[in-house]
Design a protein. Structure first.
Length: 255
């Protein structure tokens, strides 16, 4: 990585983050309805495609040697070694959602379950891992490369930014809800960052990020949008434990 490349990747990271958070430009021209699927979700899915195209174009032109990690070597081995904690966290968070949201008051269509509960969440996982771990984490790692623990620094910085970045989607919620959600997301970010650096394969955190997000599927079966107290407490505990596990991974020498 040279300074020019880092600068280009930093600009790309900011642009992708802005597009992801704002939904632009797709929300301006994509207005499509399908059954009971939230139209805004379809706009965001189209925006993911635009983000992917832009990222691919820039990476092809300026980042051919960028250590992104979108390859198959290390994928299976990485999932075997590190997936258990993420899968367990996802399942327990799903249980926490079910407990908090029950009794359910909505019967969604198959389209809503597939698009909002599966495709959208995997789209989120791919895009967020691309610019948070694949780009931003590597940028910080490069900037701090003279530090002894530069990888850990990069993981922490990217995880905190990852957590704070979710505040935009919680505007209007109670401060305590926002705080608990940010803490949970930072713990999740530590996990994704740690397994990314351990495997040097971006597909590993993408797959586990997608799985964890899909575990919020119970929201497709309710008209409630928010976090019940019991669910929120459960999530904080789950992802703080996942964060502690991730810190242990950072301190353990890679074999």
């Amino acid at each position: 990585m040279n300074k020019k490349q880092i600068t280009v990747m930093a600009i790309l990271t900011l642009v992708l983050a802005f597009m992801d958070i704002s939904g632009l430009p797709a929300v301006l021209f994509v207005h499509f309805s399908l059954s009971d699927v939230t139209p805004y979700i379809i706009s965001l899915l189209v925006n993911f495609l635009i983000i992917g195209f832009l990222a691919g174009l820039v990476l092809k032109s300026f980042g051919k040697d960028w250590p992104l990690g979108l390859h198959t070597p290390g994928l299976v081995e990485g999932l075997k070694k590190y997936a258990f904690a993420g899968v367990a966290a996802g399942i327990f968070s799903c249980v926490a959602f079910i407990i908090g949201l029950a009794p359910f008051d909505y019967k969604p269509s198959v389209w809503k379950i597939l698009i909002e509960g599966v495709f959208y969440y995997f789209g989120v996982a791919i895009i967020e891992e691309l610019y948070v771990r694949g780009l931003f984490l590597n940028i910080v790692d490069r900037i701090a490369h003279k530090k002894e623990h530069h990888a850990a620094i990069a993981i922490w910085v990217s995880s905190v930014v990852f957590g704070l970045g979710h505040i935009f989607g919680m505007i209007g919620m109670e401060p305590i809800v926002i705080l608990f959600k940010v803490i949970s997301t930072i713990g999740m970010g530590l996990y994704f960052g740690a397994i990314y650096k351990r495997t040097n394969n971006l597909w590993v955190p993408i797959i586990l990020h997608g799985f964890i997000d899909i575990c919020a599927l119970p929201y497709c079966f309710t008209t409630f949008s928010g976090y019940k107290t019991i669910s929120l407490i459960g999530l904080v505990i789950i992802y703080m434990l996942l964060g502690i596990y991730s810190i242990a991974l950072m301190k353990t020498k890679k074999r």
